[in-house]
Design a protein around this ligand. Structure first.
Ligand code: 0L1
Ligand code: MG
Length: 254
């Protein structure tokens, strides 16, 4: 199957909520080809009017790598259509099997590209926010290879950002709690994000440059999850609290 056809099938699965089998069962796909598919499916989103707003890092914690059985950090694209406002409703219709995970987000104040130090990376950040990413693999049973998940835009579906904070806040080891309907369902630390979310920002700068992208002023970077992702069902209230950064939430509907 051509890379264009794979991009179309993934795009169709993402818009209809109908799962598809993983491509790696049928054909070899290199990591380079998988990022090319990701780029082709972004072009389809842009042709429908979606605007790029930044990037996400995926598989940044040991818990996530274990959950999906791969061991490399990956990145994907974010668009304006993926963002929901803090506290808003999220309709689950049209999703395959959505899950949500607690994250930290960076909002860039300056361009960041290539190999950078932690100090250079943080100097380019304007704000940090508590965040939630809603992921939704388009593959049946959340089963995929590394190339499959990269081609599927790293399962990106939606995201929510909380209040913006000054980047002087130390984010290396902040407690993070996930509540569903008021009950604690997961507890972690921002240190689970590559040891420190700043490392995810550094990795994003390096990896994006390799593929001809950079983080630009105003771009959002979702740094990665601090706990495993929790499955969503209609009628839930999902809230993440991050020590010193407050909370961020959304409600699910059918
Ligand atoms: O954001 C993430 O870490 C998800 C990456 C893709 C793997 C998955 O769908 O769980
Ligand atoms: Mg994530």
């Amino acid at each position: 199957m051509s890379l264009e056809k794979i991009a179309q099938k993934l795009d169709q699965a993402a818009t209809t909520g109908k799962a598809i089998p993983q491509f790696s069962n049928e054909q070899e796909m290199s990591v380079e080809e998988a990022y090319a598919v990701q780029s082709l499916s972004m072009a389809l989103r842009r042709s429908r009017g979606e605007q790029p707003v930044g990037f996400k890092m995926g598989l940044t914690s040991k818990a996530k790598m274990k959950q999906v059985g791969v061991d490399e950090v990956i990145w994907g694209h974010l668009t304006d259509a993926m963002q929901i406002s803090d506290g808003d409703e999220l309709a689950l219709a049209g999703n395959v099997h959505p899950r949500a995970e607690p994250e930290i987000a960076f909002i860039m104040g300056k361009t960041l590209s290539g190999d950078v130090s932690a100090a250079q990376a943080m100097a380019a950040v304007e704000y940090i926010c508590p965040a939630i990413e809603i992921i939704d693999s388009r593959y049946a049973n959340f089963k995929f290879s590394l190339s499959d998940v990269i081609a599927d835009n790293t399962s990106a579906s939606k995201f929510v950002l909380g209040n913006r904070y000054n980047p002087d806040t130390d984010i290396s080891n902040l407690g993070m709690v996930v509540e569903v309907d008021g009950s604690t369902r997961a507890v972690g630390s921002s240190a689970a994000i590559l040891g420190n979310p700043v490392r995810s920002l550094i990795a994003a700068s390096r990896m994006l440059a390799k593929w001809g992208h950079s983080l630009k002023e105003g771009d959002i970077l979702l740094a990665g999850a601090a706990t495993e992702a929790l499955p969503l069902s209609p009628g839930q209230s999902f809230r993440t609290m991050v020590q010193n950064l407050g909370h961020v939430s959304f409600q699910t509907t059918s």
